[in-house]
Design a protein around this ligand. Sequence first.
Ligand SMILES: [Zn+2]
Length: 80
Amino acid sequence: MTIPIDKEPDDFASHFWGAIEDCHFCKKSTKWWHENTNNPVCPDCSKKHKVSELPDHGQLIRANKRKRNKTIELLKHGIN
Ligand SMILES: [Zn+2]
């Protein structure tokens, strides 16, 4: 495996975004992601490709993470 990928967690992601996206390389539906660049990559393609082949959506994911953390905080403490 040349691109390290993580499975999108079913619970949180599916509620807010829908977990299934198309693989960046083969366009097959996948629940697997390369976290740092925020790209969907299926397990087959992760073995055949390198991280440097992915567009870097790092800034976007960092912004999304901030949003996500904020949402989690709101859910934890209640929105009053
Ligand atoms: Zn693929």
